[in-house]
Design a protein around this ligand. Structure first.
Ligand code: APR
Length: 296
């Protein structure tokens, strides 16, 4: 039997639910104009984006890695939260026992007013800068400067629509940036600052993981919402099974039919854009939302 697709049935379930866990991914921010990772985005200047998201890449070429992140940071700061972010933030305000785990580093959920205590930034934030030295704990949170430093200005330039952005054109040489002109740590004075995101081959924050496990183990979970994620990166992808082990009914929101594979008949699959579907799915709890994400 395929999973359920009835919005009405889901609304009823959500109304009567106490403990709800959400796992979000890049698809939540797609309607804000930010490309997903495994989507059509493709290469960045002939580099596989995932090959730039490692400590080894930063050691080898910190200026190139910073250019990549300064550009993504610029895009994130230019983007606005969409109705999906607002709907989740509103649900968090309405449901006492709701926790949202996001893999997104773009800062859009915090900007939508999602209560901090009910949002775990699994992969950090692109707006934080932290020291690359292992033995230094300096972190500059929510830095909104754009460009993040003068040397990275080429990554924060806007061009008319339709015009190829020189930074993204692999045939245009990358701007030459001296390592000494990148951000340095004001605390240890030796390390370079790096984006405050979790890279491949890096562990997630231990305290955050412990807090999430504690929340999960506190009692049965009614609903596990899986929004806009390919669910292939661990440990994030493992939370769905943990919630199922706690009795959760799974509800997947994703335009890709393959993301609904593995769901059973009591689960839900809503095929489509998260920014359109989430306000509808939560309407019974949060009320009606206008096109800008305001509750009417
Ligand atoms: N609404 C909902 N889902 C969408 C939308 C949309 N408008 N557009 C695309 N999607 C779905 C895609 O079908 C896909 O399943 O969002 C998912 C995006 O998957 P990924 O690009 O793999 O992103 P994500 O799952 O967040 O990646 C996880 O991988 O590279 C790392 O650290 C990075 O946090 C990231 C992690």
């Amino acid at each position: 039997m395929p999973p359920r697709t009835s919005i009405e049935e889901f609304r009823e379930l959500l109304k009567s639910s106490n403990r709800v866990l959400a796992l979000c991914g890049a698809g939540l921010s797609a309607a804000s104009g930010l490309p997903t990772f495994r989507g059509a985005g493709g290469l960045w200047r002939n580099h596989e984006p995932t090959s730039l998201a490692t400590p080894t890449a930063f050691k080898r070429d910190p200026a190139l890695v910073w250019l990549f992140y300064a550009w993504r940071r610029h895009m994130a700061l230019k983007a606005n939260p969409n109705r999906g972010h607002y709907a989740l933030a509103e649900l968090a305000k309405k449901k006492d026992d709701f926790l949202c785990l996001t893999q997104n580093v773009d800062g859009l959920s915090p900007r939508a007013g999602h209560p901090e205590a009910k949002l775990k930034l699994l992969h950090g934030s692109i707006l934080d800068n932290k020291c690359f030295n292992d033995n230094c704990d300096y972190i500059d949170r929510n830095n909104l400067s754009d460009p993040v430093c003068p040397a990275l200005a080429p990554a924060a330039e806007d061009y008319p629509p339709g015009q190829t952005i020189p930074l993204l054109d692999p045939y245009v040489p990358a701007p030459s940036i001296k390592v000494e002109d990148l951000l340095h740590c004001p605390q240890c004075k030796t390390g370079l600052l790096r984006p405050g995101v979790v890279w491949f081959n890096e562990p997630l924050d231990k305290q955050m993981l412990a807090d999430i496990d504690n929340w999960i183990l506190q009692g049965p979970i009614d609903i596990m919402l899986v929004v806009g994620t390919a669910a292939v990166v661990f440990p994030a992808a493992g939370y769905t099974q943990q919630a199922i082990d706690q009795g959760a009914i799974v509800a997947v929101v994703n335009p890709d039919p393959e993301s609904g594979e593995g769901l059973i008949d009591e689960d839900f699959f809503f095929q489509g854009d998260a920014s359109e579907l989430l306000p509808k799915l939560f309407e019974g709890v949060i009320g009606k939302m206008d096109e800008h994400g305001k509750i009417l």
